[in-house]
Design a protein around this ligand. Structure first.
Ligand SMILES: [Ca+2]
Ligand SMILES: [Ca+2]
Length: 547
């Protein structure tokens, strides 16, 4: 085909590559990355926006995002009664939905970092408690903040950057004296993000100093920085939760217990909020500076106690702390031939125990030793009992280390017929005039084999959709949205529900790149058919029948 005839064909078909809408928005960061309840903040969205204003949606009902006149500038309003915790903000335009970025609803007063602050002498004074919204903005950047402490006060300085916000930084934090003497240092507490708990022996000014290396290590020896090196630094001498204890709570429980700093007495019970379909929630109290994750489990949650020799019933959910070289022992009864799921969670909850679990059969023989596949991973495995009887689980820290954050949650339960329906993607974008395709993995367990049934909410009245299961029941199901020759445009969120056999209906969800943040309403983008195709697709005018 010659170039000319190709051009003619393009004209005839109504194709015009030059007038194609550009790419959907690509959002690299939000700064600041959070706001307090009841506040309105101006936020800069970094990234590529071919169309401005773009549209912004948030999965948190208490967070309203409005684009301002200047490209990349947003006004974010947080309702006074908004549930604290992280949420996801997504940018969209006529080309479709872009990616989403995390944003945090907090409740401490916010302070914005400013330059210069690289030296203790130029540190920004911060009245605590507060959350500093900051950025290590260029290579070599260091940020310093001064806090006034009374003798005997315990300061908690906790950074959120790589964890949850996804900033590409591996920060180091120090508490230093005004003359620059390092009094405390931490590299990694919650994943790569540091946290320092510092008791002031004498009253006075103390400097919290922060710098970073790239989270993906490179050969540079200079401190790193950049537009996306965004952080939220919580500074408080008030209550700060370290972790839930036990690390799990029954699904129906409204409150959970936590341990932490400056948190003694009855202030250690918080509300369980933000329960997600992945089986996690958050424990939070407005008396604390923060929230912590908690795992939602069927049945009871317990703490491992050295004196407990009794057999534990299944499903088991026991929180254990690292005992140095010793092991926490748990006895359970397993049945021959049955399959059980054994999980040990620590890293996924922002904690640092690397559990090693030894399983011994009724004769006392070691059946297997289970460990997570890698650092920053949790153990999740299936085991089958060879004989009936009492088995022993021995839980150790693989490296024999004990410490504040070296705790884990061990769960063990028989695998029952069930399913966990998950979306293949957070968004569905169709070609112009074509239906959209959403894929759903049912993740069946325990021999569940019935056909899936689906229910969809959110498509415009009368717009067709259908489910196309694969012949192979283990393969994802395709959900086709819109007609095969789709003349109607739609862009919006939908909710999909699935049920199999007599298991109650479940909402189909997608994980996100941010741990613990789920997408419950995938965005469906069915662009309008292109002009020529639209003409063809229109029903022909009824013609007068010739007699
Ligand atoms: Ca600085
Ligand atoms: Ca670090």
């Amino acid at each position: 085909m010659t170039r000319v005839s190709g051009l003619l064909l393009a004209l005839v078909l109504g194709l015009s590559s030059s007038s194609e809408a550009g790419a959907a928005p690509a959002m690299d960061w939000l700064f600041p990355a959070g706001a307090s309840r009841g506040g309105t903040v101006e936020v800069t969205a970094g990234g590529k926006f071919d169309q401005w204003p773009a549209k912004f949606v948030c999965n948190h009902p208490g967070v309203k995002v409005s684009p301002l006149k200047d490209k990349g500038k947003l006004s974010i309003q947080v309702a006074a009664n908004a549930t604290p915790g992280p949420c996801l903000i997504r940018a969209l335009d006529d080309s479709g939905p872009g990616n989403s970025r995390p944003f945090v609803v907090g409740h401490l007063p916010g302070v914005t970092a400013r330059e210069p602050d690289n030296e203790p002498s130029s540190a920004l004074p911060v009245t605590i408690p507060a959350v500093v919204e900051g950025k290590l903005e260029k290579s070599g950047d260091v940020d310093c903040f001064t806090v006034e402490l009374k003798a005997g006060q315990t300061l908690v300085a906790s950074l959120m950057a790589n964890h949850l916000l996804g900033s590409p930084m591996d920060a180091v934090m120090q508490v230093v004296s005004p003359t620059g003497i390092v009094l405390a240092q931490n590299n990694d507490a919650v994943s790569l993000d540091p946290e320092i708990v510092f008791r002031a022996e004498t009253a006075g000014a103390y400097i919290v100093r922060l710098f970073a290396f790239p989270s993906a290590p490179d050969s540079s020896i200079r401190f790193a920085g950049g537009d996306s090196y965004i952080y939220r630094l919580t500074l408080t001498t008030g209550a700060f939760a370290r972790h839930a204890w036990p690390l799990s709570v029954g699904k129906a429980q409204a409150t959970a217990h936590v341990v932490g700093w400056n948190i003694g007495g009855d202030s250690a019970d918080g509300k369980v909020i933000a329960k997600s379909p992945s089986g996690q929630g958050l424990v939070w109290s407005d008396r604390w500076a923060n929230w912590v994750p908690v795992v939602l489990v069927p049945g009871e949650s317990g703490l491992w106690q050295p004196e407990t020799m009794a057999t534990r019933p299944l499903p088991l959910s026991i929180s254990a702390e690292a005992l140095g070289k010793d092991a926490a022992q748990i006895r359970v009864v397993l049945a021959k031939g049955k399959q059980y799921r054994l999980q040990a969670r620590s890293s996924g909850l922002g904690l640092t125990m690397f559990p090693s679990i030894r399983l011994m059969d009724p004769a006392g023989k070691v059946v297997n030793t289970f460990e997570p596949k890698g650092l920053h991973e949790d153990l999740d495995t299936i085991l089958q009992a060879a004989v009936d009887g009492q088995y022993l689980l021995e839980i150790r820290e693989a490296h024999g280390i004990a410490g504040d954050r070296r705790v884990c949650l061990v769960t063990l339960g028989e695998i029952k017929p069930d399913f966990n329906p998950m979306l293949g993607a957070e968004t569905v974008v169709a070609e112009a005039g074509k239906p959209g395709v959403m894929t759903v993995s049912l993740n069946r367990t325990g021999g569940l084999s019935g056909p899936p049934r689906f229910r969809l909410e959110g498509l415009p009245e009368g717009m067709p959709w259908r489910a196309e299961p694969d012949k192979d029941a283990t393969k994802p199901v395709k959900i086709i949205l819109g007609a095969d020759n789709n003349t109607r445009a739609f862009s919006g969120p939908v909710k999909l529900f699935a049920s199999v056999d007599d298991i109650p209906e479940k909402q189909v969800w997608a994980g996100s790149s941010y741990p613990g943040l789920q997408v419950m309403e995938p965005w469906v983008h069915l662009p309008p058919a292109k002009p020529m195709a639209k003409e063809e697709a229109k029903p022909a005018k009824p013609m007068e029948k010739k007699k």
